[in-house]
Design a binder for this molecule. Structure first.
Ligand code: CDP
Length: 208
């Protein structure tokens, strides 16, 4: 069983992914972390993320299996992530790892759930179930702002909103693997609790 979840920044993709993974005993991959790991490496090295060579080198440096770092969660890292994510060369390098994760989940798991921007469209076009999770920009900015605060990271609500706006625009308009709805159930999480979103997803799966 493969479940693809896509959507804009801080829309609740990861929350739904984790709940579905627990319920169906699936392995779970937040593919944004792969791009964030590249962004974080480039930021630490004080290099320019718009430089293709720098971006491709970062893919070679990063250990895709160990991407748990808290520093990955700053909006600066996310900005760098979305800049390098526009390079087809970078996306190609990450594709194999993601597909392998989807098709060969760890022992004991019955499949995989991946969340990102191009899972249903490019990484796993044949996924059994596809969701596009979204919410209003204000709700998403508030959620991300609270997350950053809980993790002791800096940023005002206004700066988080501006960052998210800019990143969504970049992710939606890039030439390669833009964020878009492809054969997916669209779930607007603005006025829903995580459990309500989970219940909606489950009933879709059960009736499909
Ligand atoms: O957590 P949030 O939704 O804010 O972002 P993320 O999923 O961690 O992704 C960070 C950035 O990586 C996005 O803004 C995208 O530019 C890029 N990304 C992508 O291009 N394709 C993916 N499958 C996942 C993330």
């Amino acid at each position: 069983m493969i479940i693809a979840i896509d959507g804009p920044a801080a829309s609740g993709k990861g929350t739904l992914a984790k709940k579905l993974a627990t319920h169906f005993n699936l392995a779970c991959l937040d593919t944004g972390r792969l791009y964030r790991a590249l962004g974080s490496t480039i930021l630490k090295d004080r290099k320019d993320p718009k430089d293709l060579k720098v971006a491709v080198n970062a893919v070679k440096k990063v250990d895709l299996k160990s991407i748990q770092d808290i520093e990955l969660y700053t909006e600066k890292v996310a900005e760098y992530a979305s800049i390098v994510a526009s390079f087809p060369e970078v996306r190609k390098e990450l594709l194999g790892f993601q597909r392998e994760f989807a098709n060969y989940p760890p022992k004991g798991k019955l499949g995989a759930v991946l969340d990102g921007r191009d899972i249903g469209s490019v990484v796993c076009p044949g996924a059994d179930y596809k969701f596009f999770v979204t919410a209003s920009q204000e709700v998403r900015a508030l959620r991300r702002y609270k997350q950053l605060q809980e993790n002791g990271l800096k940023g005002t609500y206004a700066s988080v909103l501006a960052d998210i706006e800019q990143r969504d625009e970049r992710d939606r308009t890039r030439k390669v693997s833009p964020l878009k709805v492809v054969d997916a159930l669209v779930v607007d999480t603005s006025d829903k609790t995580p459990n309500e979103v989970f219940t909606d997803a489950l009933s879709y799966i059960n009736t499909k």
